[in-house]
Design a protein around this ligand. Structure first.
Ligand code: F0G
Length: 496
């Protein structure tokens, strides 16, 4: 097939592709489909600035080769994160004007409470400024020093709050999640045998809860099946261990269940979301993802006593229990965003756009985590740069080089993000050494995805020019956000 024909066919791809899981992208591309378009149109635009390669070389050096330290004004296509980067709808923007900025009992709090009860089903809502605010409160209230907190792969902020409360995270995700090439459709699943082993080894008394993340971020945006979530809940509850969801991307998870799990094809995302939430005693939530807002989060629980304690604690760290660090207008935008996020057309477009980018990279032979996940494409840096020692942080170097090459900003999800072992102080070197190209919701068009794919493919062709990095500044907590590096030789991360 000639390239022009290929593009023509590929344009008809979205939002298909989910109808059969184990087929290759080529077969997806070849499937005849009608054209597809985003279920929204653009009302306001924000100009993008293009930079020269010399400007980008200077900028990344000044940022210590850490894409988190780049000024966004020097970024062309910003795929750092899908967190707080969504474009809000006109309805959400109009909701901002309905903000009731009363200190206590804002109208918008009750709207949000209604939406959370309706779609997530939990009795008590404790708003927080974002997800980690809720993680902090849950960890402090439930974890005692010496406790073990099992979870289906770590997430950076979740784990640090567990550790600060005196606990220790234990990974119970299935082994396939650590294999970027495994095509298993539910790589977010828990391994029940691993949970049982922990209960046997430490005793249920030392396990305050299991943290169950939906559409597991660090595994590449990989979903859990409802069958597995139910089995996990039943096993934990049998031993008196609670289950709390990290529901940050639960609606994206619901979409994959609808597409992949037998028996759910005809159910709405809202119904599947309710079934997911019924697998847990409550949840922490970063609303900056699924809920299409720029700030916000919450803790939601069923237990009256836990809710009472959480309400008491939120006033110390976040704000009164009816605003939790948010303005009334933020809560209104969130309440509206939840209703939009469960719409099938929205989610098909959102996940379809990620798939569109991923298929182009697979087609070009660029190693990425498979199956393509929900919120981004994860480049397999370990495979892409096989000769670079892990101690030189291949994913960090690759993300910095991609910025120099194209102005596209991605982020490291590998050894730098993993941090150090709590006991030995040694660098943790997780199997997954990845660069995440995270797609903000409703922000970029397919043309931006084409430019991104071309940039990655171009860099892939010259990958031997990427130079490894070493730390020159390493913060104690969540080091990936603020760490600084330098090239191990010379003064460029991407040679000319
Ligand atoms: N849980 C998950 C699964 C997340 O992805 C995040 C944030 C949080 C909790 C914390 O929420 O940022 O609102 O405090 N993830 C962002 C990311 C930072 O880029 O993946 P927060």
């Amino acid at each position: 097939m000639k390239p022009a024909e290929r593009v023509g066919v590929r344009k008809r791809l979205l939002p298909g592709g989910f109808f059969a899981l184990h087929i290759t992208c080529w077969r997806l591309v070849m499937t005849p489909r009608r054209s597809w378009a985003e279920p929204w149109k653009i009302k306001m635009v924000e100009h993008l600035r293009m930079t020269t390669r010399a400007e980008r070389e200077a900028a990344i050096a000044a940022a210590g080769y850490n894409t988190f330290l780049l000024p966004s004004a020097l970024v062309y296509i910003d795929l750092l994160t899908d967190s707080g980067t969504s474009a809000m709808s006109d309805r959400q923007w109009s909701g901002l004007l309905l903000g009731d900025e009363a200190y206590a009992g804002s109208v918008n709090f009750y709207h949000l409470e209604q939406a959370v009860r309706k779609f997530y089903g939990y009795k008590h809502l404790i708003p927080t400024h974002q997800g980690r605010g809720a993680e902090h409160i849950l960890s402090q209230l439930c974890i005692k020093p010496g406790d073990i907190v099992p979870g289906n792969m770590y997430f950076t902020t979740t784990k640090v709050h567990q550790e600060l409360a005196g606990g220790r995270f234990a990974d119970v995700i299935i082994d396939a999640a650590h294999d970027p090439d495994s095509e298993y459709p539910f790589k977010g699943n828990c391994d029940l045998a691993k949970i049982e082993r922990l209960i046997k080894e430490y005793g249920a008394d030392r396990i305050p809860y299991l943290s169950l993340e939906t559409n597991v971020n660090m595994a590449g945006g990989q979903p859990c099946s409802l069958e597995n979530m139910r089995a996990t809940r039943d096993l934990c509850h049998r031993h008196g261990v609670k289950v709390f969801l990290d529901a940050t991307r639960a609606i994206e998870n619901a979409f994959f269940i609808k597409k992949r799990e037998p028996g759910y094809a005809d159910k709405s995302l809202a119904d599947i979301l309710s079934e997911i939430c019924a697998c847990a005693d409550g949840c922490t939530m970063s609303a900056k993802k699924d809920h299409l807002v720029n700030i916000g989060g919450f803790l939601a629980v069923n237990d009256d006593e836990l809710a009472e304690r959480a309400r008491n604690m939120v006033v110390i760290y976040e704000g009164l229990h009816t605003y939790g660090g948010l303005a009334g207008r933020d809560m209104e935008a969130m309440a509206i965003g939840i209703g939009e996020a469960v719409q099938y057309d929205h989610m098909a477009a959102r996940i379809g756009q990620v798939e569109y980018l991923g298929c182009q990279l697979i087609e070009a032979g660029v190693p990425i985590v498979r199956p393509i996940g929900g919120h981004g494409i994860f480049l397999n840096a370990a495979k892409l740069l096989p000769n670079m020692p892990r101690e030189q942080f291949p994913a960090q170097a690759l993300a910095a080089a991609l910025y120099v090459e194209s102005g596209v900003r991605a982020m490291e999800r590998g050894g730098v993000s993993a941090g150090r072992d709590q006991d030995t102080g040694k660098n943790l070197l997780p199997k997954l050494e990845l660069v995440r190209l995270t797609i903000p919701r409703r922000v970029y068009t397919q043309a931006h995805m084409d430019v991104t794919a071309e940039s990655v493919i171009e860099l892939y062709a010259h990958r031997e020019k990427i130079v490894g990095l070493r730390f020159i500044h390493e913060p104690k907590y969540l080091r990936f956000f603020q760490a600084r590096f330098e090239p191990v030789k010379g003064n460029k991360v991407l040679l000319d």
